[in-house]
Design a protein around this ligand. Structure first.
Ligand code: ADP
Ligand code: ZN
Length: 193
């Protein structure tokens, strides 16, 4: 369970696409704002699907956010705040270790650090930065979507090109929504080849 901020901590919100990661990040940050804790939300510049200056969930909840590309930009804008949130962590351009070190240093300085991101890419391989953060975090929440094929819990993001699984050698990052990705369970997920 989420605790009120009482010192440095890292919270990881992970899961596949459409699992509600951004909604959960927005829910926590609304509470932070109600508590009047100084805070800032960062959203990677790469993710311009909805708005450059906001985090927005697939069903339309939104909160103002600072567009950023790297963890360095987050660190440079964290001196005056108690709570920092980073949405879509997988879109940051830095080396994974650099992202982990940055989040650790913020938490060690006493900040509450909330990160949301995909735990696996479209090949169902773990994203390194979020995996490492899961290991060192105080709190990890793995969320699930609903499999579009069978209705059970979905844990995988299926990337489709003309209705077929994207090839394994496609770029790891491709920004898209329902036209490109489906939530699928382990059984219905078709591996990239
Ligand atoms: P994420 O950040 O994990 O991609 P969002 O918080 O942006 O997820 O959006 C979650 C919302 O997406 C859900 O509340 C639901 O309205 C919508 N949605 C669309 N497709 C699905 C699906 N297959 N399973 C669950 N929710 C879905
Ligand atoms: Zn399924």
């Amino acid at each position: 369970m989420t605790q009120p901020c009482s010192g440095g901590r890292i919270e990881v919100i992970c899961g596949c696409m459409y699992s509600g990661k951004t909604e959960e990040l927005i829910r926590r940050m609304r509470q932070v704002k109600i508590a009047r804790q100084p805070c800032r939300i960062f959203t990677p510049r790469l993710d311009t699907r909805y708005s450059a200056n906001a985090v927005a969930s697939h069903i339309g909840s939104r909160l103002e956010a600072v567009p950023t590309s790297s963890i360095g930009e987050v660190l440079a804008q964290a001196d005056d705040i108690q709570v920092v949130a980073i949405d879509e962590l997988h879109f940051l351009v830095d080396e994974p270790q650099h992202i982990v070190d940055g989040c650790q240093s913020l938490a060690n300085r006493g900040l509450r650090v909330i990160v949301a991101g995909l735990d696996q890419n479209y090949r169902a391989e773990p994203f390194p930065a979020i995996s490492q953060l899961m290991a060192v975090a105080e709190q990890v929440d793995k969320l699930y979507a609903i499999c579009v094929r069978c209705g059970s819990y979905a844990t995988r993001s299926q990337r489709l090109i003309d209705g077929r699984p994207a090839p394994a050698n496609a770029p790891t990052i491709a920004v898209g929504g329902l036209e490109l990705y489906e939530a699928r369970c382990r059984n219905c997920y078709e591996p990239a080849r």
